[in-house]
Design a protein around this ligand. Structure first.
Ligand code: BG6
Ligand code: MG
Length: 985
């Protein structure tokens, strides 16, 4: 949007473009978790404007032509309620409408939580300026307050204000886009004005089928010179008129309060009338200024913990605050509501809660507003009985299965392949509960309230999976759908398996902990739900044996049993206007191909990341990035975070930007239906989990901050187990500031650091760019991808020898010379070989390896290597190669770069192999450059150790968590920008 980024606290738009009116209503929506009011304005008629209550929705039956057992019976649809925000201005009989020369300004103030407008209107009697100021009170659920001022510039004449409660708005139809709403059939909203002594005093609305009821009243404080008339009724509004006379320079104002009250079933009108009346009376006695101050105070508390600062990109600064504001205002605060896919800003996705709520949104709140995260868990816990009923409907004799999409708690998805089949929602809710416990330390809440839900949901996994004899007894899960909705009904969806394993292990752990910490509660709970030690032991066994394979040919995690066998989607033949694919192709056409709507394996690499190696993460990132179209707004954030973890800061910033600006720039063209809560949450995750590198384990928060290119500084807040922490990262280093709480130990790039309350702890980044005269490169895994070739050759040999070996074991062999590698492989096994046999084995391995590199050509150089080498030479740097591989000269020749090096070490002539420094020292000597004036570049732990032992600065390629001794780590050689790391000495 053309919003002025200003000071980063406002979204300010001048003028009005009718084509974007509906989008702007979403962006400027105000809410408090219970009530949401879209940001339409007076003087514009809009069919998409409106208001919503989190608790007010219709429940219409789903009609199937072919209906099978267990299909969802009805769908909840959050429908618009009467809109109370309008006050029409009439100047001497002429209704004010928005004109092109009105000079309209709209401004959402993120620090005070108010939406303001100003415009001018010229009538017969002259020109007036009209300003409005609006809030939806955080402190008072159900209350909308606004102040309208009409000031005469040169107008003389009467002014009438008509303060409306309007109910003409109908729910939107779905049309051909499944992402909007549904047809309500016989459902809908009936509106009944409440008339007392001939005067309309309130409006009652009832959803015809769900019988949910709400009631709306209004009250006013007229400003000087404004007199009230009798309210009157029209076909679709109650209007309260006020009159005044204006002369140039004069003004009149009106403060309006509107109160909504609601009830589940056929709420008693008198009760609702009284509740709304009490809200109005309290608001009136507080007055506008107090309400505005309350609002600002509430937000000030939120921002004190949650604010994110980004220096160096005003558009991103604005976006991240805008996103956090929407998350905060959209979250249910009563434990009976949660946060819908579009919050309370529009009708998209019918106001449903999905897995987004727990996977993306709840984590943000767990770290920034933990009391709200707890409320979200309470919402799920309160729906446990419905989840049990859903499980029975799906044929499960025990346990609970949460529905894919819902408001009241029952499954509302009519398309089970991408709906109910997404069993991972059970594991996602468990993930959120686990994270909440880690971040807050609030185990008492888990024991007392969440344990039953976590146990009941864990029970589902053994009913959809089994110990599979054909997979060596591994626990396999069948006929489910993972997060990627462009693939449905599969066996062993990698994400589902990984998240189910974590869920089962945590449930078993919780059971054990409760056994010692809360034994009485546990035994009562176990008795109530019939849970035994044997069942919990089964969970642990299933978690331990979970099937999480690596494809032997591609070295990636298969998204499911068949995914990698399918043809890749014909991307080259798909024109841009065929995206999103879901609107243009039959689901089966999509399911038959390798094409991902969104992160699936990549998300598993994040949310269950502690069990996967950096090599696997990198390979998965590269592989799945090539087949992911990001048609879901949930997707880019996950890719951005993993890119940051892999040190690929350029991709990280690209995905982050796409996530952060998704609504402000309307990147998916459908912000008109409401803003995208999960992407908004994803932008915060991109800061904290991505650039900040926040992870957690065993009660310890771990950070691995990096500063993305182009930014001069960023900072974010974290609530961690009762402490409030701010993390600021700039070009010099990272500063941790403990705002409150006891001394706290965190990890910074793997090193424990203890923080003292009130004090800054500053940790400098490494001193890049360094002044050097030479760069000494490792070869395998740095300049080309032979690391995989070495692995394949060792694996083949190990299989022949009957020695256990896998990718994880291979990780430790990187940089280790041939015989050293063989010794290490044999050391972990029962096999012993004579020296002659060892020589033969090593020779055999080398044969396999040479077969592979015989096919190498300059095309196999990693991206950017040739340019990098040429640039380094042009800058006058000497270049060397220090590879432990005796095949290095052959390989460099095949790659066509041998002539670019001033010296290539002869691995066979170096007495002590890596991690000893010898090879790097010998290259430095041959180059005639002192060791400290050489930069070493390596992808292996042994190599980094060797470089540091040689007294050289070390640049790692790979995972910072593994290459901990490196002075800096980048994900890939293509990110080696010479000016960033090297200053020719
Ligand atoms: C290193 C590789 O570069 O060279 C190791 O990282 C390998 O995996 C070593 O074992 C020796 O290679 P070669 O070609 O001499 O067997
Ligand atoms: Mg290497």
């Amino acid at each position: 949007m053309r919003a002025d980024a200003g000071d980063g606290w406002t979204i300010r738009v001048a003028g009005f473009d009718p084509a974007n009116a509906a989008r702007d209503e979403s962006l400027f929506a105000l809410a408090n978790g219970a009530l949401g009011v879209r940001g339409g304005i007076d003087g514009v008629d809009s069919a998409s404007d409106g208001a919503f209550l989190a608790a007010f929705f219709e429940q219409a039956p789903i009609h199937y032509h072919e209906k099978f057992t267990g299909f969802a019976l009805s769908t909840d649809t959050r429908v618009p309620v009467a809109d109370a925000k309008h006050v029409r201005v009439v100047l001497d009989g002429e209704s004010v409408s928005l004109t092109p020369d009105a000079g309209l300004i709209r401004e959402l103030d993120l620090s005070t939580g108010r939406f303001r407008t100003s415009m001018r209107y010229t009538a017969k009697g002259g020109t007036v300026e009209i300003t409005t100021d609006r809030l939806v009170s955080f402190a008072r659920p159900g209350l909308l307050a606004l102040r309208l001022t009409v000031r005469s510039l040169d107008y003389t004449g009467p002014v009438t204000l008509l303060s409306d409660l309007r109910w003409g708005r109908r729910a939107e139809g779905q049309g051909d886009d499944p992402r909007i709403g549904v047809s309500l059939g016989a459902g809908g909203v009936d509106s009944f004005p409440v008339v007392t002594d001939g005067i309309p005093t309130a409006l009652r609305q009832t959803a015809r089928l769900s019988r949910r009821t709400c009631l709306l009243r209004q009250d006013h404080v007229p400003g000087h010179g404004l007199s009230a008339d009798q309210p009157f009724l029209t076909l679709d509004s109650i209007s309260q008129p006020f009159h005044a006379d204006l002369t140039p320079g004069g003004e009149t104002s009106l403060v309006k309060f509107a109160a909504y009250a609601w009830a589940d079933q056929d709420g008693d009108s008198d009760g609702l009338f009284a509740t709304a009346g009490a809200t109005l009376a309290a608001a009136r006695s507080a007055g506008w200024d107090v309400l505005a101050a309350e609002q600002a105070d509430d937000l000030a508390r939120f921002w004190a913990d949650a604010d994110v600062v980004i220096d160096g990109d005003a558009g991103l600064q604005q976006a991240i605050r805008f996103n956090l504001f929407h998350l905060y205002q959209s979250t249910g605060r009563d434990g009976a509501t949660s946060i819908a896919a579009k919050g309370l800003t529009g009708e998209g996705y019918e106001g449903h809660y999905f897995w987004d709520t727990e996977t993306f949104i709840l984590p943000v709140l767990a770290f920034t507003a933990p009391h709200l995260a707890r409320r979200m868990l309470e919402y799920r816990i309160g729906r446990l009985d419905r989840a049990r009923a859903h499980a029975r409907g799906m044929g499960h004799s025990a346990g609970a299965l949460f529905p894919w999409r819902t408001i009241a708690g029952d499954e509302c998805s009519a398309h089970y392949p991408s709906g109910s089949a997404q069993y991972h929602i059970n594991a996602d809710i468990a993930f959120a509960a686990r994270l909440y416990e880690e971040a807050t330390g609030d185990s008492a809440f888990l024991y007392a309230h969440a344990a039953e839900m976590l146990f009941e949901t864990a029970r589902i996994w053994p009913q959809v999976g089994h110990f599979n004899a054909r997979k060596g007894g591994a626990f396999t899960i069948h006929e489910v759908t993972g997060p990627d909705e462009y693939t449905a009904l599969v066996n062993n969806n990698f994400y589902t398996n990984a998240m189910a394993a974590a869920h089962l292990a945590h449930a078993a752990d919780l059971y054990r902990r409760m056994g010692s910490d809360a034994p009485d509660h546990l035994s009562a709970l176990a008795a109530r739900i019939g849970l035994t030690d044997a069942e919990v032991a089964l969970w642990q066994r299933a978690a331990d044996a979970m099937y999480l394979p690596t494809d032997p040919d591609l070295g990636v995690s298969p998204q499911d049993d068949d995914f990698l066998s399918k043809p890749v989607w014909p991307f080259a033949d798909t024109p841009a206007d065929k995206y999103p694919l879901l609107l243009h192709y039959h689901p089966l056409a999509i399911y038959r191909h390798q094409v991902c709507k969104q992160a699936d394996v990549v998300l598993a690499m994040l949310l269950a990341g502690d069990r996967f190696t950096p090599t696997l993460k990198r390979r998965n990132f590269d592989y799945y990035e090539a087949v992911t179209v990001h048609d879901s707004t949930l997707s880019p954030s996950s890719y951005g975070i993993l890119a940051a973890e892999l040190g690929d800061s350029e991709k990280a910033i690209r995905y982050f930007t796409e996530t952060a600006r998704i609504d402000l720039d309307d990147l998916h063209g459908n912000a008109s239906h409401g803003v995208h809560m999960a992407a908004m949450a994803g932008s915060w995750l991109g800061i904290a989990w991505g650039f900040g590198g926040l992870r957690w384990q065993g009660g310890i928060a771990r950070f691995a901050p990096l500063l993305p290119p182009g930014w001069t500084r960023y900072g974010f807040g974290i609530n961690w187990r009762g402490s409030r922490l701010r993390v600021t990262v700039d070009p010099v280093g990272t500063t941790y500031h403990l705002l409150s709480g006891d001394a706290l130990t965190i990890h910074h790039h793997g090193t424990p650091v203890t923080l003292t309350p009130g004090q800054d702890t500053a940790i400098a980044h490494t001193p890049f760019p360094v002044a050097v005269k030479a760069i000494i490169f490792d070869l395998d895994g740095v300049l080309t991808d032979t690391a995989e070739g070495h692995y394949q050759a060792w694996q083949r040999l190990a299989d022949e020898l009957g020695v256990p070996f896998d990718r994880e074991k291979n990780e430790a062999l990187k940089g280790i010379d041939r015989m050293g590698s063989l010794e290490r492989i044999l050391a972990g096994s029962a096999v012993t070989l004579t020296d002659a046999e060892k020589l033969a084995a090593a020779t055999a391995k080398n044969g396999y390896y040479q077969d592979l590199i015989a096919r190498f050509s300059p095309d196999d150089l990693f991206d950017g290597v040739r340019d990098l080498l040429l640039a380094a030479k042009a800058a006058g740097l000497k270049l060397g190669v220090a590879s432990a591989s005796r095949n290095a000269p052959t390989l460099l020749t095949r790659l066509g770069i041998i002539d670019l090096f001033d010296h290539v070490a002869d691995a066979g002539a170096i007495p002590n192999p890596k991690p000893a420094p010898d090879i790097f020292l010998s290259v430095a000597q041959a180059l005639d450059v002192p060791a400290p004036a050489c930069l070493g570049v390596e992808d292996s732990m042994a190599g980094i150790t060797a470089i540091k032992a040689a007294g050289m600065p070390a640049l790692g390629i790979g995972d910072p968590a593994i290459l901990t001794e490196a002075d800096a780590v980048i994900g890939h050689i293509r990110e080696f920008r010479l000016d960033r790391f090297v200053r020719p000495a």
